[in-house]
Design a protein around this ligand. Structure first.
Ligand code: GTP
Ligand code: MG
Length: 344
């Protein structure tokens, strides 16, 4: 049993980028897990969701993020596939995002799905930070695990530093060609007009403290500016996956991006032919730091607030579809809510 009434809504952070550039690895580093090892063919084929509490963000970020400076409950990370055949999933992930991380392999630079991802972010005007990943693969690199970037950069040989610099400047040039004024994050004064580039390694953790620091800055500002977000209203979400779950029948993995949902409430879900109206039978919450698409132990909760990944068990979900909207009816006219779901 728990009552979840966060003062500020948890920001949704989408992780986008070209196949193999290190999105899942970066999330594994942050949540201290190895989701990537369980992936078929080592590529991500679904959208994932992981709640990372503020104290973990600040633990990974070290002294760069003081939890007292933030009134955010944490971050909800959305992992997306980079393989070219999953354009729909990338758009869906991008549409959920408040802010984003664009992951780019610093050796490979811009690739087709980098372009695609940046177009999605540009269209939705989603603020983002660029993770220039795999800096540890720079020839001659001498890793300093989990260190902030400045310290490890200064400790490299002249040669390794200049190789990395060259890759970073090429990347900044590519961002500029794509219409974004970008620079290394410590040179950016105004993150509203400029995109920060953070050199990182998902493998060694170097630069990850910096990445989280920039992300928290973006998140804090975004959440303050967007006052329209209602943390207590009737819940709204998107179905990530429709799954059979032992003891529960057909269930929905949902990203709740607005409001709250209670364990006994009526919801309307987009279906193959028509909207499904059903009553929630159980709300199942993944553990903190667990990826919802691989989680096997859920906690039963009475209610949950945005943003969160949640598994919803309810009757009649057989025709529900990934990507479909989910709406809590609460005190509204059911026909209005059905219309709203049909309109999406
Ligand atoms: P998709 O989900 O399929 O788009 O790929 P992804 O972006 O999630 O990449 P993933 O995390 O699966 O990593 C791809 C490969 O790159 C794996 O073999 C990782 O171990 C490796 N990798 C990721 N980040 C780094 C890094 O910073 N350094 C090194 N050396 N290898 C990395
Ligand atoms: Mg992946």
């Amino acid at each position: 049993h728990e009552a979840e009434t966060p003062s500020l809504r948890t920001p949704i952070v989408a992780v986008l980028g070209h196949v193999d550039h290190g999105k899942t690895s970066l999330l594994d580093k942050i949540r201290g897990s190895t989701v990537i090892e369980g992936e078929a063919g080592a590529i991500t084929q679904h959208i994932g969701a992981t709640a990372v509490p503020l104290d973990i963000v600040s633990k990974v970020a070290g002294k760069l993020v003081n939890p007292d400076d933030f009134d955010l409950p944490g971050l909800l990370f959305i992992d997306t596939p980079g393989h070219h055949s999953f354009t729909t999933l990338r758009s869906r992930g991008g549409a959920l995002a408040d802010i984003a991380i664009l992951v780019v392999d610093v050796n490979d630079g811009f690739q087709p799905q980098t372009e695609e991802a940046i177009n999605i972010l540009a269209q939705s005007q989603t603020p983002f930070v660029v993770a220039a990943n795999k800096i540890d693969t720079t020839p001659g690199w001498n890793p300093n695990p989990d260190s902030p970037i400045q310290g490890t950069y200064d400790a490299q040989s002249e040669r390794a530093r200049s190789m990395l610099d060259q890759n970073l400047y090429e990347l900044i040039g590519e961002l500029s060609d794509a219409g974004f004024s970008a620079d290394l994050y410590w040179r950016v004064q105004n993150f509203q007009n400029n995109v920060g580039v953070v050199p990182v390694s998902a493998e060694t953790g170097e630069g990850v403290p910096d990445l989280l620091t920039v992300l928290m800055g973006l998140a804090q500002r975004y959440m303050r500016e967007d006052m329209e977000i209602d943390v207590t209203g009737p819940g709204a979400g998107t179905v990530l996956e429709v799954k059979e779950e032992k003891g529960f029948g057909t269930t929905l993995d949902v990203v709740l991006y607005d409001g709250t949902v209670g364990a006994d409430e009526t919801v309307v879900v987009g279906g193959k032919n028509e909207p499904i109206v059903t009553d929630v039978r159980a709300l199942l919450k993944p553990r903190p730091l667990a990826e919802i698409r691989t989680e096997d132990r859920f906690e039963k909760v009475d209610s949950i607030g945005a943003a969160a990944g949640v598994k919803i068990a309810a009757p009649d979900l057989g025709d529900a579809m990934a990507g479909a909207p989910v709406r809590v009816v609460r005190d509204r006219e059911i026909d209005d809510v059905i219309e709203e779901v049909e309109a999406e």
